[in-house]
Ligand binder design. Structure first.
Ligand SMILES: C[S@@+](CC[C@H](N)C(=O)[O-])C[C@H]1O[C@@H](n2cnc3c(N)ncnc32)[C@H](O)[C@@H]1O
Length: 301
């Protein structure tokens, strides 16, 4: 790893905070121009409006940085924190996302086109008979093949909905992708049935009562259902970075839409429920000085 990369991994959060700050004046001006005083004078609504502007710029950049791991993750090609190479033994690897899916914190739809791609690949694999299938699916057991049939995109920030809707439309998925305009804590009111897969990409850092709500996500899974996770977590590898994170976290939630930098999400996930299999690990190429370390993997109910 080059010196520049080391520095980037340590000072990266400050650059992100500066970029978020850049969107503060334009958010205020935009709301004043629209005469949207109720949003301007409510911290929660203002923070959401600010974050959605910031994420419209930041989301595609973050996607570019993390797609080398998120794309294989959702295609069932990540195990023990790293991408499996072509030809590597797939017998024990997770399966691709399939069946009915709940995407938590869908944001502005950064992963919609990937769901489309995975769906197409599954149909092609079914046609050619090369589908990876380990269990026989029964009506109340998670689907292991057959592509993606329905996606519930849980996203409470209304500022993200236009971009999310547009990306769903562009992907030609209007018929199967349903935006659920709620936080995960309120999703019980939306009558979502049990799903085959839950996908969380960089969002469990923002949900309230994470332990309680991760347990709720587990309950949404069918037996054999899979939860695909890519999340940033607290640094437990070195106390100095842990303290450094603590300092950044004084500003971080205020400026990054309520996101918490020091969540122990990996532990919360493991302890949430009696999973039948947990393949969740720190991201393979991250070292001890990483200010924003990640966990990645699939947990099976
Ligand atoms: C950092 S963004 C990531 C968005 C998207 N997953 C991506 O990778 O581009 C975090 C997302 O979590 C959403 N979020 C915040 N609170 C939430 C909650 N209570 N339930 C579900 N999603 C929430 C935010 O609105 C935001 O869209």
């Amino acid at each position: 790893m080059s010196l520049v990369e080391v520095v980037q991994r340590i000072v990266g959060p400050w650059i992100m905070l500066a970029e978020s700050a850049y969107y503060l004046p334009s958010t205020i001006l935009g709301l004043v121009r629209m005469g949207n005083w109720s949003t301007l004078f409510s911290w929660g609504r203002f923070q959401s409006a600010w974050f959605s502007r910031f994420w419209a710029y930041m989301g595609p950049q973050v996607r570019m940085g993390v797609e080398p791991i998120v794309v294989p993750l959702l295609k069932g090609r990540v195990s023990h924190g790293r991408k499996l190479e072509e030809g590597e033994e797939l017998e024990t690897a997770p399966l691709p996302v399939s069946g009915t899916v709940m995407e938590v914190g869908a944001g502005s739809g950064m992963w919609v086109s990937l769901f489309k791609e995975i769906g197409i690949e599954a149909v092609d694999a079914n046609k050619s008979g090369s589908v990876r299938q380990r269990k026989t699916a029964s009506p109340d057991t998670a689907s292991t093949s057959g592509g993606i049939t329905k996606i519930y995109g849980v996203e409470p920030n209304a500022g993200n909905h236009p971009a999310l809707r547009q990306r769903v439309h562009d992907a030609g998925m209007d018929d199967i992708y349903e935006i659920v305009p709620l936080g995960i804590e309120d999703v019980a009111t939306a009558n979502i049935p049990e799903v085959d897969c839950v996908v969380t990409i960089l969002c469990l850092c923002s949900i309230p009562s994470p332990q309680h709500n991760i347990r709720a996500l587990y309950n949404y899974l069918k037996p054999g259902g899979r939860m695909y996770v890519f999340e940033h977590v607290c640094n437990r590898k070195h106390w100095s970075i842990y303290l450094y994170q603590k300092w950044i976290n004084v500003f971080w939630p205020l400026m990054v839409g309520g996101c918490e930098l020091q969540r122990d999400t990996g532990r919360y996930l493991r302890e949430a429920a009696p999973w039948s299999n947990v393949d969740l690990s720190p991201l393979a190429n991250e070292l001890w000085f990483q200010a924003v370390p990640h966990v990645v993997g699939v947990l099976t109910k």
